[in-house]
Write a protein that binds this ligand. Structure first.
Ligand code: URA
Length: 240
């Protein structure tokens, strides 16, 4: 048998590091929460976007890679129906096709960064927008603007927001979607990093809504930033 190589590049792949990864930060995971497979590759992508010294170009490139994985995972949760096609060989293939129509809804402004990733996968997808900000008088999340496809009530909605901190904006966004006739179980919330506090509150309030998250972090600091997190996603992405 060959001796193990001393070249680290040729060393056998190591399992994903477990020190930072979930679900250690939320055990047990609510049944409606699905994380991306916690692989070493995914952890490497997160390490790049978490690094405060990462350039804007790299932040865009690597956060887009994670977004693409998240959108693909979100689509895995859409229902399918049987569909039979004939292949060029003349054979019949009994497969499946998506059952319903979908749309994206981004929570402004950070959620807009996830729209391109959704469009790459679903070419002509309709995308709505929702702007929620803290009401200075009540300190509660307040709806400032929303624009949805007119038939949103009959679509599956992929709700897009990269950071789930306290969950306040996401819960308000779901309330608004439900007021527009979208049933809770037809909404899939997609995000890059979740804080256990926000995730627990969100899933307790909307138990039939699926959450696809890339990583569950340790918690929130006193300013409601996710720790270790990546800072302000909008600022990192747009540099403003
Ligand atoms: N929004 C962000 O952009 N970052 C956080 O850590 C929390 C909310």
């Amino acid at each position: 048998m060959a001796a193990p190589s001393s070249n680290p590049a040729l060393a056998p792949p190591q399992p994903a590091l477990s020190v930072n990864s979930n679900p250690a930060h939320l055990d047990p995971l609510p049944p409606s929460v699905f994380t991306l497979p916690q692989t070493a590759q995914l952890e490497a992508l997160y390490t790049i976007i978490r690094n405060k010294d990462t350039s804007r170009g790299d932040f865009l490139f690597y956060s887009d890679r994670i977004i693409r994985l998240l959108v693909e995972e979100g689509l895995n949760h859409l229902p399918v129906v049987a569909r039979t096609v004939e292949t060029p060989t003349g054979a019949t293939y009994n497969g499946v096709g998506f059952e319903g129509k979908i749309c994206g809804v981004s929570i402004l402004r950070a959620g807009e960064a996830m729209e391109a990733g959704l469009r790459e996968v679903c070419r002509s997808v309709r995308i709505g927008k929702i702007l929620i900000q803290r009401d200075e008088d009540t300190t509660l999340p307040k709806l400032f603007y929303s624009k949805f496809p007119p038939d949103i009530a009959s679509r599956y909605v992929l709700l897009l927001d990269p950071m789930l901190a306290t969950g306040g904006s996401a819960m308000k966004a779901v309330e608004v979607l439900m007021e527009h006739g979208v049933p809770e179980e037809r909404i899939i919330f997609i995000n890059l990093i979740a804080a256990p506090e926000g995730l627990t509150t969100f899933c307790t309030r909307f138990p039939s809504l699926k959450v696809i998250t890339g990583w569950i972090d340790q918690g929130l600091n006193e300013k409601a930033y996710i720790i270790p997190g990546l800072g302000d996603f909008g600022e990192r992405r747009y540099c403003t």
